[in-house]
Every structure is written in structure tokens, then in C-alpha cells.
Design a protein around this ligand. Structure first.
Ligand SMILES: [Ca+2]
Length: 485
């Protein structure tokens, strides 16, 4: 019997002493959200008051990194507790066939008597295709995408019109003559939609989340709320676009001449201003559309937090807010995800634990650390296989550290990132034959100067190369031990 069950019974017998209630977990994840678009992370144009309020009440991490820079492998990783190269889940698949009967993060709570549920996208789901049809467009499982049935007591999808929403839309990508209609797929499209929040997937998600939070139940919960914005298409009710108009007033990020000259080929992101054929007007509108999507998603976070307060459980619920990876908004003329630069590999992360003082933590952390940390905070056993580290001490002391570097991968580019406080080391292919990038994050935080071939930095390059080899060996040393990863 779980100790809280026992305590509940004991305390019920010994009233009026209040029972020590088990802690709930409310896990909120946005899709493709870069921290650089949040006002609590310093954005001065895009205002995110609800996420800011959560940050003001919790611990905001400034150096949190995803383990893979796109949806599928990132989500499979932090939910299973394994690095992508441990399971070999490098694409858009459920980790279940690889992990067998080992527990996922929500499953470890479910098996301890928690009610576990997800609303919308927690494991991978195709956006927009899957959302249009109410599940995943490419990996069906009865409409549940790359989901994992064993993780949940209940699961809810949130279909929405996505790019087909009624309103004013424009395809910004691959549309230099302006003749291309509004399209679906992984395409930069902005739609200023008619109607209110609940027309859209995320509006339905926040409403369902509120319903679940307000429902009476006699056991604690682990509730995963997945918002699909600001993932493309940039669709939101038209009012969320207003603060960013005219789009011509939006600033493009700083750029320098010859920026691509020292970048190895796989380091040029898969989406660029050039191959997307986006002129500066379209680039500015893309930023405006992204910000509108962020503002819309932020509003939904506010509704979820209001419901949590109304439910009377906010003093008994750990809240985590994050994203599956970051996003480029035109830095180096790069757009979207996959890149291993900070805009794409670093994620927003806020952890609010009742009773703990708010703060800002600059220590390096990984999304993999969520599983053991939240498990330990809730006194839920953390399985041996979990490869992340417990960072709960950082919630009492933000100067606490648990790792010298964060590790992330971009399997689509055979890319690897070793990120220390000082250096961002990016290597393409395990033998480095795809090229290397090294950035001094103290003197060059925007990553304009690749020092990989600088004679003064060969010792750093050698050390990082060695670290990467050792890390991959460590990641692969597990009981799954599949040599193909
Ligand atoms: Ca994503």
C-alpha cells in the first residue's frame, strides 16, 4: 500500500489532524515553443502574462535542453526516461516496442495509484494533419499517434480545423508570387481566424483540462496537457494577431555578412529564408504569426491555471511548463527546429512546487531530468532504467548543479550537441566527418563565429569530441543494449 493511502486512512481515524495529501502533477507542454518568444525569458514584443505568472511563482530554468530537436524523439525520450540513442527512437514512433514493460514517466505514477490522463499531444502526434483528423496523420494507433496506451487511464484528443480554419490566411513559405493557396503540412502558414478560442484544438484542450481538474476524484493525478501551438500552421483567433500589427514594425534578428561561410553543410538548417523563399515582409509576418500563436497558447495556459486554483488543488499540485524543443525565428536566416543551436535546442522550463520559493536557475538541466525529479518529489519510485538526474535540490538552491554539460541530438542531421556553460559544441556524424561547430557562449552568445578550426581552440575541440564519444557509450550502456542504436 502506498504510504499516502495508509496516511489517509490513519489520519481519517485520528481527526482533526489533517492528512498529508499526495502531490498532484500538472504537466503542460507547448509544441515548438522557443523560450526566446516568452516575455519571462526576455522577449519585449510577445507578451505571455500567464506563463510569466507561473514563472513568478516557480523556478524558471534558463539552461534547460531537450534531448532531440524535433517532436518525435524528444517526447519519446523524456517520457520513456531514455536518451534517443538508447532506444533508437530517432523518428516519430512510440518508444513502447523498444522499452518493453519498462515504465514510462506517467506510467510510473499510474502504477502507484495515480489517475493519469493526457489531453491532446503528449507523445508525438502529427501537426496539423493529425489534429485535423483528431489523432495522428501518419502513425494511427486508432487516431492516437505515437501514443502509449499503458501510460494512461484516459486520453483525449482535441481535433481542430488548423489551416482550414475560416478567416484570413496566407502561405508564407514557397510562395514568392503569392499565388499559392493556404495549405496544410509542415508549412509556414498564418491564419487570422474567425471565432473564439474554442474553435481551435488548444481552446478545446484547455476546456477539457479545466473539466478534468474540476472533476471530483479520490486519488491524486498526473495530468498531461499538450498544446499544439505555436507549431505551424500559425492559426489563432484574429485578436491575438493585433498586438503585432503592422507586421512591418517587427524586427528581424541580427544578421551578419558571410554568416554561413563557416557553417558545415549539415549545420545550415533544413528550413532557411532562402529555401523557403521568404522575403523580409514574409519573414516579419512569420514572426508575427508565431507570436500570435504563442499569445493564444499563453491564454490557454491561463485558463488551465485558473481551473487549478478553482479546484482548490493549487497548493497540492506540482506544475511543470515546457516545450519539446525550441525554434528559430530567423536567426542566421534559419527557421523552425532541428538545428542544434541554442534557439532550437534550449527549452523553456518552469517548475512550480507548492511551498518552495520562486527563483531563476541557470544550472544546466535536461528534459530527461523531469522523470526522476518529479517522481522523487512525489515519493513515487523511479525505475532503475531512467537516464536523467534528480534536479529537485535546485528547487531549494538554484546554484546547485548536477551536470557539466547537456546533451542533445538532431538525428535528421546526424548531429550531436555538447553544451557546457561556456561552450556549444556541435558535431555532425559520430566520426565528425560531417563537420564541427564550436561557439564561445560567453563572448559570442548569438553563435556567429565557429571556432572549430581556430588553432587556439583545438584543445577544447579535442576534449569535447572525447566527451561526446564517452557520452554516447554511456547512453548506449543499458539493458536494452541494441547495437543498432
Ligand atoms: Ca514539436
Amino acid at each position: 500500500m502506498r504510504h499516502w493511502m495508509l496516511l489517509t486512512i490513519l489520519f481519517a481515524l485520528c481527526k482533526p489532524v489533517a492528512a498529508e495529501e499526495p502531490m498532484n502533477v500538472l504537466f503542460i507542454i507547448s509544441d515548438d515553443l522557443t523560450s526566446t518568444a516568452l516575455s519571462c525569458y526576455g522577449n519585449e514584443v510577445c507578451q505571455t502574462p500567464n506563463i510569466d505568472a507561473l514563472a513568478a511563482d516557480g523556478m524558471r530554468f534558463t539552461q534547460a535542453y531537450c534531448q532531440a530537436t524535433y517532436c518525435g524523439p524528444s517526447r519519446a525520450s523524456f517520457l520513456s526516461g531514455y536518451y534517443p540513442h538508447a532506444t533508437g527512437v530517432l523518428g516519430y514512433k512510440s518508444p513502447r516496442p523498444q522499452i518493453g514493460d519498462r515504465q514510462t514517466w506517467p506510467q510510473s505514477f499510474k502504477d502507484e495509484g495515480y489517475y493519469t490522463a493526457r489531453v491532446s499531444k503528449i507523445y508525438h502526434m502529427g501537426v496539423p494533419g493529425g489534429i485535423e483528423s483528431g489523432g495522428d496523420g501518419r502513425d494511427h494507433d486508432g487516431g492516437n499517434g505515437a501514443d502509449d496506451a499503458l501510460s494512461w487511464n484516459e486520453r483525449f484528443n482535441s481535433p481542430g480545423p488548423e489551416w482550414k480554419a475560416k478567416g484570413t490566411g496566407e502561405t508564407l513559405e514557397g510562395n514568392p508570387n503569392g499565388l499559392r493557396p493556404v495549405v496544410g503540412g509542415n508549412t509556414f502558414v498564418a491564419v487570422e481566424a474567425d471565432g473564439d478560442d474554442e474553435v481551435h484544438s488548444d481552446g478545446k484542450t484547455s476546456a477539457k483540462a479545466a473539466e478534468l481538474l474540476l472533476a471530483k476524484r479520490n486519488r491524486p493525478f498526473w495530468l498531461g496537457i499538450g498544446f499544439v501551438r505555436p507549431h505551424v500552421p500559425f492559426v489563432s483567433p484574429a485578436n491575438y494577431f493585433e498586438p503585432f500589427k503592422p507586421f512591418s514594425k517587427l524586427e528581424l534578428p541580427e544578421r551578419i555578412d558571410g554568416d554561413w561561410d563557416d557553417i558545415p553543410k549539415p549545420g545550415i538548417n533544413y528550413k532557411t529564408s532562402v529555401n523557403m523563399k521568404m522575403d523580409s515582409r514574409r519573414q516579419r509576418k512569420a514572426i508575427g504569426g508565431y507570436y500570435a500563436s504563442v499569445a493564444f497558447m499563453d491564454s490557454q495556459v491561463g485558463k488551465v491555471m485558473t481551473a487549478l486554483r478553482e479546484s482548490g488543488q493549487d497548493e497540492n499540485t506540482i506544475v511543470v511548463f515546457t516545450s519539446d524543443h525550441g525554434y528559430h525565428l530567423g536567426e542566421h536566416d534559419f527557421w523552425a527546429k532541428v538545428s542544434l543551436r541554442d534557439e532550437s535546442s534550449q527549452v523553456p522550463l518552469i517548475i512550480k512546487v507548492p511551498g518552495k520559493a520562486p527563483g531563476v536557475c541557470d544550472s544546466l538541466v535536461e528534459m530527461l531530468d523531469l522523470y526522476p525529479t518529479i517522481g522523487n518529489l512525489c515519493d513515487v519510485p523511479v525505475p532503475e532504467h531512467v537516464q536523467g538526474k534528480d534536479i529537485s535540490k535546485m528547487l531549494d538552491d538554484p546554484t546547485h548543479t548536477v551536470r557539466e554539460y547537456a546533451f542533445s541530438v538532431a538525428p535528421m542531421r546526424k548531429g550531436f550537441l555538447i553544451r557546457t556553460d561556456r561552450w556549444a559544441y556541435i558535431q555532425y556524424k559520430e566520426d565528425a566527418s560531417g563537420g564541427i561547430e564550436l561557439f564561445d557562449m560567453e563572448t559570442d552568445p548569438k553563435q556567429f563565429t565557429n571556432l572549430a578550426t581556430s588553432p587556439d581552440h583545438q584543445d577544447v575541440v579535442a576534449q569535447m569530441k572525447q566527451r561526446l564519444t564517452a557520452k554516447l557509450t554511456e547512453v548506449r550502456s543499458n539493458e536494452l543494449a541494441t547495437s543498432s542504436n
